[in-house]
Ligand binder design. Structure first.
Ligand SMILES: *Cc1c(COP(=O)(O)O)cnc(C)c1O
Length: 361
């Protein structure tokens, strides 16, 4: 589909299904809660939800994400991973059959005080060390008992936690947090869930009943020093643009705003039609790679709103119109992210509306 957009992200739905299978094989005794918050990390939430079959539930972070899924006809369980933010939302949760994480005393009080006309499925969250949201260990059992006694709450109650260091392969804190989490499982509790992508791939003892992968489903490595291929994961998103100019450039000439880079040799510069207006980070330093005709070439000069410049070399054969891959097939997003000093999660999630998404099977 050509909607006039030169910068496009191909979303490979077969790769998505492949990654689901890889994760399922990693955790053969667990079911999958597919995390599709933030527009499925930029991949298109509804399309991703429609493509993933045979999973247990979807996870989102905002009520409006859950409602958009219901409006699109998605009938699978949906879990609000941070729960609800206002007591008024509880009626909407019940009306649309949405499940909620309960991580705070405020949420607990709101549930106990509400008058719902059917029961709410809750996931009680334990703080095992992230120290962001979740009940402290000392408060957890009381919260569990209070929910159990509430007529507003479906039984059994599901339990969850979230790890802060699961992407650190040699940091045993994850195993310790997992051990502590397990001591809080009750004889009458329901499903148990703790593993994000990194824990699913690296910490099999955390798999429990439900794994909660996000980034790995999209074929991106959650680890700073490993790429998706190391786990047989395939990139779902490939961000592409084109060369809109190829010009000769003399030694001693600078390029771009601020004249921050100056050529030491005569060369040719390519201009790629992508910039921070598309979600390509302005912070990408000189040397960040892009892929042109199968070879990696470095960004030079500053990324601007609509364009960036690359050093193609004096004897290059590139022409205007040649395809440029910013990340995805042939250039892992994690590798690009490392150059920029961010994580691949941010790259894929921050594409702007100007980038067209093309779905391929
Ligand atoms: C976002 C999120 C996940 C998924 O994390 P990934 O690192 O993308 O796999 C899992 N659980 C919770 C609670 C989350 O908020």
């Amino acid at each position: 589909m050509n909607n006039g957009s030169i910068t496009r992200a191909t979303i490979n739905l077969s790769a998505l299904k492949h990654n689901q299978l890889v994760l399922q094989q990693q955790a053969p005794n667990s079911q999958i809660l597919a995390v599709i918050k933030a527009n499925a990390y930029g991949h298109g939430m509804v399309r991703v939800a429609q493509t993933l079959s045979g999973i247990y539930a979807f996870g989102v972070a905002r009520l409006n994400e859950a409602l958009a899924l219901r409006a699109a006809g998605i009938s699978k369980p949906i879990v609000l991973l941070e729960g609800f933010f206002h007591a008024d939302d509880l009626k909407i949760l019940v009306e649309h059959n949405l499940q909620t994480v309960v991580h705070s005393q405020q949420q607990l009080d709101a549930i106990l005080a509400s008058d719902l006309n059917s029961c709410l499925q809750v996931w009680l969250k334990l703080d095992t060390g992230m120290h962001r949201i979740g009940f402290h260990e000392a408060e957890f059992d009381d919260a569990y008992q209070a929910l159990k006694a509430s007529k507003n709450v479906s039984k059994p109650i599901h339990l969850m936690t979230h790890f802060n260091c699961a992407d650190e392969l040699d940091n045993n804190i994850t195993a310790e947090q997992n051990r502590r989490f397990k001591t809080h499982i009750k004889s009458d509790s329901g499903l148990v869930s703790s593993a994000n992508s990194a824990a699913t791939l690296a910490w099999p003892q955390t798999h429990a009943d439900i794994i909660r992968p996000g980034i790995a489903l999209y074929g991106v490595s959650p680890f700073i020093d490993k790429v998706a291929e190391d786990f047989n994961l395939q990139p779902v998103m490939t961000l592409k643009s084109q060369l809109i100019s190829v010009r000769s450039h003399q030694a001693g000439e600078s390029v771009g705003y601020g004249a921050g880079w100056t050529a030491t040799n005569n060369t040719k510069l390519g201009v790629v039609a992508v910039g921070y207006g598309d979600g390509y980070p302005r912070m990408a330093p000189e040397g960040t790679p892009v892929l042109v005709n199968g070879r990696l070439v470095p960004i030079v000069g500053r990324v601007s709103m609509d364009m960036l410049t690359v050093d193609l070399g004096e004897h290059c054969r590139e022409q205007v119109g040649d395809e440029v891959i910013l990340w995805g097939k042939g250039l892992p997003a994690a590798q690009v992210a490392k150059h920029i000093g961010t994580i691949a999660y941010e790259l894929v999630t921050k594409l702007t509306a100007r980038v067209a998404l093309d779905y391929v099977q």
